[in-house]
Structures are given as structure tokens and as C-alpha cells.
Write a protein that binds this ligand. Structure first.
Ligand SMILES: Cc1cc2nc3c(=O)[nH]c(=O)nc-3n(C[C@H](O)[C@H](O)[C@H](O)COP(=O)(O)OP(=O)(O)OC[C@H]3O[C@@H](n4cnc5c(N)ncnc54)[C@H](O)[C@@H]3O)c2cc1C
Length: 377
């Protein structure tokens, strides 16, 4: 059988794209790992933050948001978003760093300044002497990532899509308008290949003979710790610290903390660096009233960026019928609904969806052409 599309990678990007494409075409989804979502998708902070990322990313987030609130009928068993809210706090000397946060306020997504007194009442684990200015963004929400991924995959299969796991793609060959995709276990034939391989996207591009997009995988660390005794945590907002990129957010009755690190690394099954974890624990105890007696869980994941830190979605500039869906950085869960629609529309209709056009996106804003050929880091 010759499929219309082979999608490589069953993280959030590949699963969502496969779902959208399967509405009108035959799709084979191929995943290297035993479980979809094993890499970046399963290791995120699971936040929907409309005002996060490059200006282009923020516009994509806005186009994703309606899907989270109102997915197609029967798509998921429960809500995809849960209210969280986010507080940005600045200590003495860092107050001006909140100017940009507050400036991003809009009528639909307000960001309001809060007094340190109100902030300390809201988040008891903050050190009073470390809070001199704060801003609150109510629209930030937790994404139920597991439900979103499961629902995309279920919907994909219901639309006739097929998925194989534990099959890393090892070769790609194009002859007479058909791709032959070779995995460790078999071969698949398709008219078009969608490259949704996350941190490995440049490696898949190289197999196809495409120019690099200059993707750099950056490791980010996270730990789960107990909240101070007696503090109910589930209703707390996510707290972003303006002095660095660190944040602390509730996670199933405990607190998740990340230093917001971004250490360039090779694509791999990312593991936390012990030194990064030690520095994070020291920072938490200095900057907050949390005492870290025990780390319940720790992990690291990769956030992959091209030079301009916006995603790369579109046809390769030199290799025919090879399409990129990569470089989602730290925003790939929240952008997934919009980018999946974009890649499907580009592939099936040769144009962007109408909401992208109305938002003044052009095909070149998203595609690899903006990076130039042989992009380097
Ligand atoms: C700590 C952390 C916090 C984050 N927080 C957020 C957040 O709050 N909100 C948000 O929106 N985003 C967040 N992100 C970013 C988000 O997780 C990623 O942007 C997103 O998961 C990328 O999805 P993906 O499908 O492109 O990549 P992945 O999930 O990595 O999927 C790529 C898949 O391709 C497969 N693959 C690779 N090579 C091959 C091959 N040769 N053959 C077959 N399959 C292959 C891999 O096995 C993998 O399953 C965070 C990331 C991290 C690490």
C-alpha cells in the first residue's frame, strides 16, 4: 500500500498532525519508542500560557486556544484545560523585569499588577523580602497532556490511521514520487513524509537528503518536592521568578520546580544532571520558604529550537514531498492544535487555514524557507 502520508514521531506534534491529516487521507504514524509521548511530550510542565514565547509563537498559541476549550465532539473524555493562573514575582532590584509581562496584558487575556501583601497571602511559600513587585495572569491553565495525546491517537485510529511503535526510522528514499521509509522492522511507502521527530528532526532531515534547519536540543530539568506542611497547594498559581527563568507550580498535591535551564545537548533520552538538581534545591531554599527534605521525582526533557526560536512548519525547500513539523521549543503542547491544522492544510490544500490567514500569517513565516538553506546554529 502507498499511504498519502507517513508521519515520523508520535509525540504531540506527530500525533496531532496525524489526526488532522487522517480526516482526509491515509496516514501511517511511525514511532521509535514503545510508548508515544516518551520524550519531550511526556516531560513538559503542561502549561498553556498565551503570552509565552516569541511574538509568532504567541499568535499561534491564540489560534490553538479555541481547540482546548471546545475540541471536536467526542474528542476527549474530559476537559483538556484546568484553570491555574500564573504569578510573576520580582525581588528587590528586578522590578523592571515585570514591565514586559504587564505590557503583554490584553482585554481577552489580562495581566494585572498585585501588591506584595496580596501575593504573600496567595502564595504562602514565598519569602516576603524576595517579593517587591508581582503580576498575575489569570488565563494560564494546566493542559491535561496525557488526555490530549491519548485523544489525538484515539481519534487518529478512529479515522482509519495506523500507528506502529518501537520502530525507529533508519532510512528514507524517494524514487518516482514515492518515499520508501525503512524502519528496523519493515518498510512503508508514502507520497509525502512529515518530519515530526522532535529533537531528532534534523537527523530525519539528513536521511531524506534535506538541508539542516539548525535545530538545537536544550535540556530542561524538573523536580517534584513536598509543599511546606499544612500548605494546600492544588489551588496555587504557577509562580515564575523574574530574577531567572525558574518556576514552581502545583503538581498532584506536591510542587514541581524547574530552574528554567536550557543546556544545549545531543538528541537523547535526556536525564537530569545531578549538579543542576543540587543547584536548583539550593536556589529553592534560598528564594522560598520551601525546605526540600526529599525529591519525590526528577526528570529532564529536551526543548528544541531553531535560531529564531519559532516553529518550522512547511515543505522543505529542496526535497520534494518532505514536510517539517519541528522546532516547537518550550511551547509544543500548547501550539499543537493550531500547528496540526496548519500542516494538514498546507499538505492537503497548499494553503494555511483561514484563521492563520486572518491573523496575517504567510506560508513563509512558518516554513523552513525563512531559515535559509544549510542553516547553522
Ligand atoms: C521541562 C519541559 C517543560 C515544558 N513545558 C511546556 C509547557 O508548559 N507547555 C508547552 O506547550 N510545552 C512545554 N514544553 C515543550 C513541549 O514538551 C515540546 O515542545 C513538545 O513536547 C514537542 O513535541 P514533539 O512531538 O515535537 O517532540 P517529542 O515529544 O519529543 O516527540 C518526537 C518523537 O519522535 C520520535 N522519533 C525520533 N526519531 C525517530 C525515528 N528515527 N523514527 C521514529 N520516531 C522517531 C521520538 O521517539 C519522539 O517520540 C516543555 C518541555 C520540557 C522539556
Amino acid at each position: 500500500m502507498i499511504y498519502d502520508f507517513v508521519v515520523i514521531g508520535a509525540g504531540m506534534a506527530g500525533a496531532s498532525a496525524a489526526f488532522e491529516l487522517a480526516a482526509r487521507s491515509s496516514v501511517q504514524l511511525i514511532e521509535a519508542e514503545q510508548h508515544p509521548g516518551y520524550h519531550s511530550t511526556g516531560r513538559s510542565a503542561a502549561l498553556f500560557t498565551r503570552n509565552y514565547g516569541t511574538p509568532l509563537v504567541r499568535r499561534i498559541n491564540a489560534l490553538s486556544e479555541p481547540f482546548f476549550h471546545a475540541p471536536p465532539d467526542g474528542f476527549s473524555d474530559g476537559p483538556l484545560l484546568h484553570p491555574r493562573g500564573a504569578l510573576a514575582v520580582a525581588g528587590p532590584g528586578d522590578e523592571a523585569r515585570l514591565d514586559a509581562v504587564i505590557k503583554a496584558s490584553t482585554r481577552c487575556n489580562p495581566v494585572v499588577e498585585m501588591s506584595p501583601k496580596d501575593v504573600l497571602a496567595m502564595v504562602p511559600f514565598l519569602r516576603p523580602e524576595r517579593v517587591s513587585r508581582a503580576a498575575y495572569e489569570e488565563g494560564v491553565a494546566d493542559i491535561d497532556v496525557a488526555t490530549l495525546l491519548k485523544s489525538y491517537l484515539k481519534g487518529f485510529k478512529n479515522r482509519g490511521g495506523r500507528i506502529v511503535t518501537s520502530e525507529p526510522v533508519i532510512a528514507l528514499k524517494n524514487g518516482a514520487g514515492t518515499w520508501t521509509v525503512t524502519t528496523a522492522k519493515g518498510t512503508y511507502r508514502a507520497k509525502t513524509v512529515i518530519n515530526a521527530a522532535g529533537a531528532w528532526a534534523d537527523k530525519i532531515g539528513a536521511l531524506a537528503g534535506a538541508s539542516r534547519i539548525g535545530l538545537v536540543a536544550k535540556r530542561r530539568t524538573a523536580i517534584i518536592v513536598d509543599a511546606p506542611a499544612g500548605d494546600p497547594v492544588n489551588a496555587l498559581p504557577c509562580v515564575d521568578f523574574a530574577s531567572n527563568d525558574a518556576y514552581v507550580k502545583p503538581e498532584a498535591g506536591r510542587l514541581m520546580a524547574s530552574p528554567g535551564d536550557a543546556t544545549p545537548t545531543q538528541p537523547q533520552d535526556s536525564q537530569p544532571d545531578e549538579m543542576d538538581v543540587a543547584v536548583l534545591v539550593d536556589w529553592i531554599e534560598r528564594e522560598t520558604l520551601i525546605t526540600v527534605r526529599r525529591i519525590a521525582h526528577k526528570w529532564a526533557g529536551l526543548r528544541s529550537f531553531v535560531a529564531d526560536e519559532s516553529p518550522v512548519v512547511g515543505r522543505d525547500t529542496t526535497v520534494a514531498n518532505f514536510v517539517w513539523l519541528a522546532g516547537q521549543g518550550g511551547y509544543g503542547i500548547m501550539m499543537a492544535p493550531a500547528l496540526a491544522r496548519a500542516v494538514a492544510s498546507l499538505c492537503l490544500e497548499g494553503r494555511l487555514p483561514i484563521d492563520f490567514v486572518k491573523s496575517q500569517f504567510t506560508i513563509d513565516d512558518l516554513g523552513p524557507v525563512r531559515l535559509g538553506q544549510n542553516a547553522t546554529v
